[in-house]
Write a protein that binds this ligand. Structure first.
Ligand SMILES: Cc1cc2nc3c(=O)[nH]c(=O)nc-3n(C[C@H](O)[C@H](O)[C@H](O)COP(=O)(O)O)c2cc1C
Length: 407
């Protein structure tokens, strides 16, 4: 059976600047195997066969994305590693980047070989500026040893680009605008990045954790990887858990593990509700903690925030809504106006000045935003509102009754 810590296997012990230790543990053997014994198409096939799905939130199959990109004729292709990690409560990519940049760089190099790219970018969250130096040193060390050189003499160039602190720039098309030096706003799709991405060229963009899985898949085979997990969620998942827990942290679990296992690892107690997937994620009530964590149920970017029974659902949702109103790029009106309207209604409710009509308006607004917003930001902003209206309606209604009592 595969080792359960596929992604975090080197994270406890490797100094980010100590390439020797990584090499001594078999590091870069996967890249050597890919470039020495496999064609780019075989690498893509192996990743497809693994069933690996993107760990950045949407869960798109990585191999399918790579195949689409590799099959699009072009002068150049690009690999982007999404290290923006802006989702609320997510800090698993930072944990990985701080402890094991080598596996990530190896994953990027394999991706570059598979789609025949000469240029890769790591888009680093602005708040992770402290990682720019160590990451750049790791890349330089690897380049100096010639590890990024391919048998045909070509070499992958990897550059780190820093974000400027906007949540929307984690969205793949806004991120590409940002790398191109433009304002971070989402693009209309299609076309999708694998056929028309950075500077109009085919581009694969993958999350840090997605790429961290690649070396093990190439070394051990896609079949090895797909042995664990659920039918449509293979491998493991890294979670960052915080909120009302005594031991917040980063944990790697086999896909399909019950939420309860994660809550126990983090020593959560009196859990009223759990937000899975950050501000954009879904909210589960405390009596559903036996839910398996997988793409079939709930997952998102890997952030899990627990709220205990002292919390008021409306207060949590209002804070969430304020975040989205602040971070909306303003390009499309459903998101620009919808996030502001949500804050306005939730503020009124919090003050005890809401009416029954406000609850219906929130539901209607949420449905419209989901159906019409340009990108995932506006489409996912209503999740928290709609889920809590379903599971914690008394928290909302108590505020309306309060108004009636005063009147
Ligand atoms: C508003 C918004 C923010 C996002 N932020 C991130 C992020 O910080 N990191 C990330 O990997 N994906 C983020 N995504 C998802 C990306 O658009 C994209 O799906 C992902 O980078 C693809 O990689 P994957 O297939 O490996 O998951 C975000 C999406 C949206 C809509």
């Amino acid at each position: 059976m595969p080792e359960e810590r596929i992604v975090l296997r080197h994270c406890d012990t490797i100094d980010p600047e100590d390439i020797e230790t990584y090499l001594a543990r078999g590091g870069f053997k996967a890249l050597e195997k890919a470039t020495g014994a496999m064609s780019p198409t075989q690498v893509v096939e192996e990743v497809k066969g693994s069933g690996l799905r993107g760990r950045g939130g949407a869960g798109f199959p990585a191999g399918v994305k790579w195949e689409l990109c590799a099959g699009t004729p072009a002068a150049q292709r690009f690999v982007i590693c999404n290290a923006d990690e802006g989702e609320v409560g997510t800090f698993k990519d930072r944990y990985i980047l701080e402890r094991d940049p080598f596996s990530l760089i190896e994953g990027i190099a394999i991706a570059g070989y598979a789609i025949e790219a000469r240029q890769a970018f790591i888009y680093l969250r602005a708040e992770y500026h402290h990682l720019l130096g160590p990451l750049s040193k790791a890349i330089a060390g690897i380049r100096e040893r010639g590890l990024l050189r391919r048998p045909d003499g070509s070499e992958l160039d990897i550059q780190v680009r820093e974000g400027a602190g906007a949540y929307v720039c984690g969205e793949e098309t806004a991120l590409m605008e940002s790398i191109e030096g433009k304002r971070g706003e989402a693009r209309y799709r299609p076309p999708f990045p694998p056929t028309r991405g950075l500077w109009g060229q085919p581009t694969i963009i993958n999350n840090v954790e997605t790429l961290m899985n690649i070396p093990a898949i190439v070394l051990n085979g896609g079949g090895w990887f797909s042995q664990i997990g659920t039918e449509r969620s293979k491998g493991t998942k890294v979670f960052s858990i915080s909120g009302d827990v005594r031991q917040p942290g980063v944990f790697e679990l086999v896909m399909g593990s019950p939420l309860q296992e994660l809550l126990e690892l983090a020593a959560a107690s009196d859990t009223k509700m759990v937000q899975i997937g950050g501000a954009a994620g879904r909210v589960l009530p405390g009596d559903q903690i036996d839910t398996p964590l997988s793409f079939e149920t709930v997952l998102g970017a890997g952030s899990v925030i627990a709220f205990d029974t002292t919390r008021d659902a409306v207060a949590v949702v209002l804070r969430n809504a304020e975040f989205f109103a602040e971070e909306s790029c303003g390009l499309c009106s459903p998101c620009r106006e919808g996030t502001l309207a949500m804050v306005e209604i939730l503020t009124r409710l919090s003050r005890g000045e809401g009416t029954d009509r406000d609850l219906a308006a929130l539901e209607e607004l949420g449905r419209v935003m989901m159906a019409t917003a340009l990108c995932g930001l506006g489409q996912a902003a209503p999740n928290c509102v709609l889920d809590t209206l379903q599971h914690f309606r008394p928290d909302y209604e108590s505020k309306i009754k309060h108004l009636a009592a005063r009147g």
